[in-house]
Design a binder for this molecule. Structure first.
Ligand SMILES: [Zn+2]
Length: 491
């Protein structure tokens, strides 16, 4: 059987995206040398500004490192929510066609950051600090402004060495801070201290611009602009309390009294504008609270919120309680609470995903696959449901249906690494070794693991029986090896 239609989008992915990305030394550890060595390949940045395509390449390279870090929050529902909210802001920004990816970092520090090329990270601590969606949107719109104003690229197009080094230092600090705050501090105040200091001077000007433009985006997107100065103040207070730890937000986006006053003056002319939060904002916060506390702490937290203390959104709190009870292995109680939740909650993809999770704990339920078929029809864009549906089909040993579902999804989302992982697992159970290794090669390359991808392609080649697939494998293997050789020459 010819698998060409299935592989077609993947070939496109491999040729168009990773080929260019891999010209940069993505597999070496992210060090200043590595970054500084890699950047001149992007063109002579001292002569002209870095192009948006080049920015994107730098951002994609950094994302390989970030996604591989254990602080990266690999939760499709939270990422989807952030991308929906961020997408609204991008659509109302000065560059509505800007490519973007919003992602969450599992870190209590109050921080958000923009990487070149539209990659915007948000710490869970910042999402939990926001009491309403306009507050969260106010920080994201500030980050979006850094992206659409090409602040990092503008820094680089100035004094070549210092700005390149400062940019690399920022990237290193952001990534290292989550695993090793001391190393991050050393990176900033050690060898690159001077460059970083000069970079911060740039930042003050750019911060004002990001506030001004971010505020306009916030307004055009229909959010409450008064949330911006209010949230800045809240961040300043929260960061001051955490001063003993590293005040991360202050370091990358120093919230000064001047900035708060400036934004506060601007919004005084704006009318009061009460904006209801999207329900998913509350659900995302409840999910974060349910997953970041210990299971028993989370149960107590939501029980208190629903009980005498009464705080927060009651439906979201019950959703959080069900998640916490499941984590605490109190399945029966979780089912009771979910029954109450269903009485109150509107039709919603996240609640439907939770319903599926509960059904899967009940081994007697024979209609699970039917439930997921209907659910994925009702919410075709909700990735968490698709992944769970594939798992259920696999567990029920309905492998042809699993592969059909995954192939359809891969055509629609050729860069979704998780789909290839699920596909590889299905091929593995079926003993289809060539396809298993080929799917793993895509999974690895989408995680930036070039060496692992080549190994998988070699294995797939050795097991080759299908002529068309073999020819694809050989072409990819040749390309990847050329890239690896180019990297070795550089290092
Ligand atoms: Zn900023």
């Amino acid at each position: 059987m010819c698998l060409c239609p299935m592989w077609e989008p993947k070939r496109k992915t491999v040729i168009i995206l990773p080929m260019k990305k891999l010209l940069l030394p993505l597999l070496c550890s992210l060090t200043l040398t590595c970054y500084a060595d890699g950047l001149p390949d992007l063109g002579d940045v001292s002569q002209e500004a870095i192009s948006p395509q080049q920015e994107r390449m730098i951002g994609e390279q950094s994302m390989y490192q970030i996604r591989a870090n254990k602080s990266y929050l690999d939760d499709a529902e939270i990422a989807d929510y952030l991308n929906q909210l961020g997408g609204t802001l991008i659509a109302n920004s000065g560059e509505p066609t800007q490519a973007y990816e919003f992602f969450a970092i599992n870190d209590n520090a109050i921080n958000a950051f923009a990487m070149p090329g539209g990659f915007i990270g948000v710490n869970t601590g910042l999402i939990l600090l926001a009491q309403n969606e306009s507050e969260l949107a106010s920080v994201l719109s500030h980050e979006v402004a850094h992206v659409t104003q090409h602040h990092l690229a503008r820094m680089v197009s100035g004094q070549k060495y210092d700005t390149l080094a400062a940019m690399a230092a920022i990237a290193v600090a952001i990534i290292a801070a989550r695993d090793n705050p001391q190393a991050a501090t050393a990176a900033i105040y050690g060898a690159q201290g001077g460059a970083m200091q000069r970079q911060l001077n740039f930042t003050r000007t750019y911060e004002q611009e990001a506030d001004r433009i971010g505020l306009s985006t916030l307004q055009k997107s229909g959010f409450d602009t008064r949330a911006m100065p209010a949230f800045f103040e809240k961040m300043q207070r929260a960061t001051r309390i955490a001063e003993g730890n590293t005040p991360t937000y202050l370091r990358t986006h120093p919230v000064t009294a001047e900035r708060i006053a400036d934004v506060g003056n601007r919004v005084q002319q704006h009318p009061f504008h009460l904006v209801p939060d999207r329900f998913n904002f509350q659900l995302v916060r409840a999910k974060l609270n349910a997953n970041t506390k210990t299971p028993s702490e989370a149960v107590s937290f939501f029980t208190a919120a629903l009980g005498e203390q009464k705080f927060g959104n009651p439906i979201a709190n019950r959703y959080g309680l069900v998640l916490a009870l499941l984590r605490n292995n109190q399945t029966q109680k979780a089912e009771q609470e979910f029954a109450a939740l269903q009485q109150q909650a509107p039709t919603n993809a996240m609640i439907t995903t939770l319903a599926g999770k509960l059904k899967r704990t009940n081994l007697q339920d024979k209609n699970i696959a039917n439930f997921y078929r209907t659910a994925t029809q009702n919410f075709p864009q909700h990735r968490a449901l698709i992944y769970d549906y594939a798992e259920v089909l696999m567990q029920e040993r309905r492998f042809e249906e699993t592969l059909k579902l995954l192939n359809e999804q891969i055509i629609a989302h050729p860069n979704d690494a998780k789909l290839y992982e699920l596909q590889a697992r299905t091929f593995s159970i079926l003993g289809r070794k060539q396809e298993e290794h080929h799917a793993l090669a895509y999974n690895y390359i989408l995680h930036g693991n070039l060496r692992g991808s080549i190994e998988q392609l070699e294995l797939a080649k050795q097991m080759g029986t299908d002529y068309y697939e073999l020819s694809t494998i050989e072409t990819e293997l040749k390309q990847f090896k050329e890239i690896a050789a180019a990297q070795r020459r550089k290092n």
